[in-house]
Design a protein around this ligand. Structure first.
Ligand SMILES: *Cc1c(COP(=O)(O)O)cnc(C)c1O
Length: 356
């Protein structure tokens, strides 16, 4: 796509904002959308004119290949506002890079960075009132791409749509969660698509996660498909274990998503001299650490919940409770991240991206 000629972003504004219909104090995550959306179609081998239009339903051929073969990828990121009304994104170029990594794995075209950044920042400016100040408030931004070619042969589509929609959010999973270490089902396999934010990865988790939820566990910690002995990640979060004062997390692989929160947490931990070991973590060492009291914390890290402390896990029919710890790394790292995201502290790694 390097020889693509860029066409100018076309903008159609909504006649009247819907913002007054939204109760920002009682937000049901992901159900309300802002006034505008961005889209751009890939047709005849080229990205067409990108557009921002009022958020609205769209028409799609029943034969659109995304519906049959799951050629669909997405991203998740957030916009924040400080008390002076300045809006920020967090490492958005990493989301751009990652959606193209996901797209490549699903035989989809790359989306050009110029279109992505311009569409994203223009949309943020147009819907800026939807980003509420205050730590915990944010605007969840969902870029995604899917196959729209009306043809049901099992082959890659020739036409795609790239979109960005936005939904106001409060921090969710406010209380600690209980998790199940997977012993039967798997999220991803060697050589598979686990590292991609491919739509089907999430569909495949709903059934086993539903079974876990019936037993009182909000999430599953996925283990490697081959042996179920290595702890990998949660469904939408990477996972950290604190044993004594050291943080452990699995290395990125073709089975594990390269989370932006994960790599930010690793950097912040290193900045405050917390030892971090990025290596394979076994179920048996964590059970042993829980038994002998050296397991101090487990937490998930991902854009949606930022950091989710975990209070218990089950494996092999046994439940292990993790007592609250003083000096929680999870709470400290969460505060550091939120402070950077909301422009309340110095941003020494250049992660904040001001929308202006
Ligand atoms: C999105 C996601 C994460 C978290 O990534 P962030 O960039 O931190 O939001 C972790 N694991 C999976 C499987 C994911 O889909």
């Amino acid at each position: 796509m390097t020889d693509q000629k860029y066409s100018e972003l076309a903008i159609e504004k909504i006649a009247k904002t819907k913002i007054n219909d939204v109760d920002f104090d009682n937000i049901n995550f992901g159900r309300k959308f802002t006034d505008h959306m961005f889209y751009c179609d890939f047709i005849d081998g080229a990205w067409q004119q990108p557009k921002i239009v009022p958020y609205q339903p769209m028409t799609l051929e029943p034969s659109a290949r995304a519906l049959h073969y799951g050629q669909a990828v997405f991203e998740g990121m957030k916009a924040y506002k400080d008390d002076n009304g300045n809006a920020f994104l967090f490492r958005p170029e990493d989301n751009h890079r990652r959606i193209n990594i996901s797209a490549a794995r699903l035989a989809m075209p790359e989306f050009p960075k110029e279109y992505f950044m311009e569409g994203l920042t223009t949309l943020m400016k147009m819907d800026k009132d939807w980003i509420k100040p205050g730590v915990g408030n944010s605007l969840y931004v969902r870029p995604f791409m899917f196959a729209i070619d009306p043809a049901i042969a099992a082959a890659p589509s020739e036409a795609y749509r790239f979109m960005i929609i936005c939904s106001p959010a409060k921090a969710y999973y406010t209380s600690k969660i209980r998790v199940l270490f997977s012993e039967k089902y798997s999220r991803s396999a060697d050589g598979g698509v686990g590292y991609a934010k491919a739509a089907g990865n999430y569909a495949a988790q709903f059934y086993p996660t539903g079974l876990a939820q019936k037993r009182g566990y909000q999430q599953i910690i996925w283990t490697d498909a081959k042996t179920h002995e290595f702890l990998e990640e949660a469904g939408t979060m990477n996972i950290f274990f604190r044993v004594n004062d050291t943080l452990l997390t699995a290395p990125i692989s073709d089975r594990i998503l390269d989370g932006i929160t994960r790599k930010s947490v690793i950097q912040l931990a290193e900045d405050s001299n917390i030892p971090v070991e990025v290596r394979r973590v076994t179920v048996s060492e964590i059970k042993e650490a829980a038994t002998n009291g050296s397991l101090k914390e487990i937490f998930g890290a991902g854009t949606a919940a930022v950091i989710s402390p975990i209070s218990a896990f089950e494996h092999g029919g046994e439940v292990f409770e993790i007592p609250d710890t003083e000096n929680s790394y999870a709470l400290r790292l969460k505060k550091q991240l939120l402070d950077i995201q909301h422009n309340l502290s110095e941003d020494k790694h250049g992660w904040r991206y001001e929308v202006k």
